[in-house]
Design a binder for this molecule. Structure first.
Ligand SMILES: [Zn+2]
Length: 524
């Protein structure tokens, strides 16, 4: 969009991006397509200069400040210039940028293929998550042995990847006797499980799982199906966290769920069409009591709003602008409506189904907001790789939906950083821009508190007045040049003190996708 200079309008996004970089960001060199020498290198002492700081736990931003990172930790934070005399091996100029803690994704899965028979390189997913600012990823169900290997490699910095925590699904939870369940849990703990994911169990099975987990000091989280147990059972028996929305409204029903008589839970169209339905059937007074119980018993909530969003607006979900360059053909094929692929249930999806889901979202979001306001621990997870949600882009959208649920952007960032660290039991070293903490830091092109869309790996449209990036309520003087340019994004994602250049990560993703599309022999 162009107001006073019509010629620029015709120059398109490419030039606009250049203008934004050159005129408004103060660090034009970092916007250049070439890879800076700092990318993916470990330095003994890294200096981040002149940053505005978002602390992580809800404190207002402050700055400008210089941050010194030594051996992967935040060594000191001071006023600009204070550390210039000291030898830094590398410097990131954060003038005009905001620095915040790395994002903790509390619900994700690693995938090496989506459509069966079509491999998807694991580096594709790692790059996208880092580009979206995810420095810590909790995998809640996956290939345990592979994820443990990747965890060790990530810790040793031999791969470019977020830090990984591995929560395997209790595999015998459904079929095993309590003794078998307990033996399996002891064994998986021996093999290095960081926690457990519980799904679809009866009350006696749940008692065995949680009792054993407590004895071993294993953290737990759950995806509660529509089943014998509800959130009430999990809260009473001491689960650490609840994923998604399931089980909470179920615990507040007056009687059993009221599904139509032809309901078949194994039919994903039925299951997902009615999945959110229980919020409207829940007794509001009972629901509030369940939320109080969760707060009292310190049960966290990772709502994963973004993964179900297609249910309320499928056309939006199918037409996201980043698909053009970044959607891997394996995922593209997997997303196509099909009863064979989990979560691809959009066969003849109707306006009525969307309208119902929109109502569900309002009740669900109000419940999460009430939980947060009462002191409950809310975190952010994306569960991407299903339902049109792409790795990284999903977590970015998740933050926007937490704002839609009624949280202040500063609270949303707290959910994504400090609260995530607390859910993982890493709050003594992760999730805040604090001296002594692990140097997981994001250098953001702009102020995410003004617009969370700036954290999207795709970037965002920003308003530029006479060459300066400004908030869109800035008054415009007579004769000033007003433009909309595509900018934003995270410039650097720093994990364990190692800076990763996001434009480089995204260029690599684009190349992987282009290569996979060229090499595709069959059209799905
Ligand atoms: Zn999941």
């Amino acid at each position: 969009m162009e107001v006073t200079n019509r010629r620029s309008l015709a120059t398109g996004v490419g030039l606009a991006l250049f203008i934004a970089a050159a005129l408004t960001l103060g660090a034009a060199a970092q916007q250049a397509p070439s890879t800076p020498a700092l990318h993916a290198k470990l330095f003994r002492r890294l200096l981040i200069r002149n940053a505005m700081v978002i602390y992580g736990s809800g404190r207002p931003p402050y700055g400008p400040a210089d941050i010194v990172v030594e051996d992967g930790r935040i060594a000191s934070i001071g006023t600009p210039g204070e550390f210039v005399a000291r030898a830094a091996d590398a410097v990131i100029d954060a003038t005009g940028k905001y620095v915040m803690p790395g994002i903790v994704n509390t619900h994700m899965h690693w995938h090496e293929e989506r459509q069966p028979g079509m491999p998807q390189p694991i580096q594709y997913e790692r790059n996208l998550y880092l580009a979206a600012g995810v420095t810590t990823a909790r995998e809640v169900g996956g290939d345990f042995d592979k994820s443990k290997t990747w965890q060790a490699q990530s810790n040793a910095h031999s791969i470019i990847s977020p830090r990984i925590l591995v929560y395997p699904v209790v595999s015998k939870g459904r079929t095993g006797s309590p003794a078998e369940i307990r033996a399996w849990i002891r064994d998986i703990k021996q093999q290095g499980a960081d926690g457990l994911k519980i799904i679809a169990v009866d009350r006696d099975q749940l008692e065995a799982i949680l009792d054993e987990a407590h004895q071993l000091g294993l953290r737990t989280t759950t995806h509660i199906g529509v089943e014998e147990t509800t959130a009430k059972d999990y809260i009473e028996l001491g689960v650490n966290a609840i994923e998604h929305f399931y089980g909470i409204a179920d615990a507040a029903l007056n009687g059993v769920q009221n599904f139509p008589p032809d309901m078949n839970y194994n039919d994903e169209i039925h299951r997902f069409a009615y999945a959110g339905e229980l919020w409207a059937q829940a007794d509001p007074v009972k629901l509030s009591k369940i939320i109080d119980m969760m707060v009292e018993r310190h049960v966290g909530w990772s709502p994963t709003f973004s993964i179900y969003e297609a249910s309320r607006d499928v056309l939006r979900a199918q037409n996201l602008p980043w698909f053009k360059d970044y959607l891997h053909p394996s995922m593209e094929a997997y997303f196509k409506p099909s009863l064979d692929n989990h979560g691809s249930y959009f066969l003849g999806w109707t306006s009525s189904q969307e309208a119902r889901w929109k109502r569900q979202y309002r009740i669900w979001m109000d419940a999460v907001h009430e939980f947060g306001v009462k002191g409950g621990l809310v975190t952010t997870g994306d569960d991407a790789g299903y339902i049109y949600s792409m790795y990284g882009f999903g977590i970015s959208r998740e933050l926007e939906l937490h704002e839609e649920a009624g949280f202040h952007p500063l609270e949303v960032i707290e959910h994504a950083t400090w609260n995530g660290a607390r859910m993982l039991g890493m709050e003594d070293q992760l999730g805040k821009v604090r001296e002594g903490f692990i140097a997981d830091l994001l250098v953001v092109n702009g102020n995410p508190l003004e617009n969370l869309k700036l954290l999207n790996p795709y970037g965002a449209d920003v308003m530029v007045v006479s060459g300066r990036q400004v908030s869109n309520d800035t008054p415009v003087g007579v004769g000033e040049r007003v433009q909309v340019v595509h900018a934003g994004g995270i410039e650097w994602t720093i994990k364990d003190g190692i800076p990763y250049h996001v434009p480089t990560l995204m260029r690599e993703v684009k190349d992987m996708v282009a290569g996979a599309r060229r090499g595709r022999t069959t059209t799905p």
